[in-house]
Ligand binder design. Structure first.
Ligand SMILES: [Zn+2]
Length: 213
C-alpha cells in the first residue's frame, strides 16, 4: 500500500472542506472578522434566495472598478402598506464609505442580518417592524477601498467628502474633482433621490472613533 504523504492529506482535507467554507465564516464580533466584496456578495445573494418573501436584492450602481453596490431591501413584501392603510415607514442605511472602517460596514451587515434572521425565527418584534417598515441597506459603498483596506476609493477620493453638501470645504481630505465625481457617491445620490426620497430615517455607518454616536 502506498504511503500517503502529509501534503496529500492536507490537500484532500482542503478540497473536502471547500464547499462549506461560507457556512463556516468566522464570527464577526467574536473573531474580529470582516467581509470582502466577494464574501458580502455571496451572503446577500444567499439572503435573497433563502428569504425571498422579505428580501429584495438590488444594485444601486457600480464602484469605479465595476463592483456592484448591493442594496438589501427588507420588508414584509406581501403587504404594501401598514395594517391601518398608511404608508410604511422608510429607513435608509448605508455603510462602508471608508474602506478601512470595517466596523461601520459590518454594523450595516449585522443590522440586515438581525431583521432577516429574526423574521426567520418568528421574532414578533421583528415581524412587527417588517410589516410596517421598509429597510433599505447599502452595506458596502466603497467596495474597492474595502478590499485594499483604505479610507479612499480607487481614485484616492474621500467618498464622504464627495457629496455636494459643503463640497470642497474640508482642507485635510480629498473631495474629488467635483461633487459626485465618483461613481459610488453618484449612485448613492441617485438611489436616495429616486428610491427612498421620502425616507423617514437615514443612518450612515462609520467607524471614525471608538464610540457610538
Ligand atoms: Zn468614515
Amino acid at each position: 500500500m502506498p504511503r500517503i504523504t502529509p501534503v496529500l492529506v492536507l490537500a484532500v482535507l482542503l478540497l473536502s472542506s471547500a464547499p462549506t467554507a461560507l457556512a463556516q465564516q468566522p464570527d464577526i464580533v467574536q473573531e474580529h472578522w470582516y467581509h470582502s466584496y466577494l464574501t458580502l456578495t455571496a451572503d446577500v445573494q444567499s439572503w435573497a434566495a433563502d428569504h425571498s418573501e422579505i428580501v429584495i436584492l438590488t444594485v444601486a450602481g457600480q464602484t469605479e472598478l465595476g463592483r456592484n453596490l448591493w442594496v438589501v431591501q427588507i420588508s414584509d413584501w406581501s403587504v404594501d402598506a401598514k395594517p391601518d392603510g398608511a404608508q410604511k415607514e422608510i429607513v435608509y442605511i448605508d455603510g462602508g464609505h471608508h474602506g478601512n472602517e470595517h466596523l461601520g460596514t459590518e454594523l450595516a451587515f449585522l443590522t440586515a442580518e438581525y431583521y432577516i434572521e429574526g423574521w426567520a425565527a418568528g421574532d414578533q418584534e421583528v415581524i412587527d417592524v417588517l410589516t410596517t417598515t421598509e429597510i433599505h441597506i447599502l452595506i458596502m459603498l466603497n467596495a474597492d477601498g474595502n478590499d485594499i483596506d483604505t479610507r479612499w476609493n480607487i481614485n484616492q477620493v474621500d467618498l464622504n467628502r464627495n457629496y455636494d453638501h459643503y463640497w470642497n470645504t474640508c482642507p485635510v481630505t480629498q473631495p474629488g474633482s467635483d461633487a459626485f465625481s465618483e461613481s459610488e457617491t453618484h449612485a448613492n445620490s441617485i438611489y436616495m433621490n429616486t428610491v427612498v426620497p421620502d425616507a423617514d430615517l437615514y443612518v450612515t455607518m462609520h467607524t471614525g472613533v471608538w464610540i457610538m454616536l
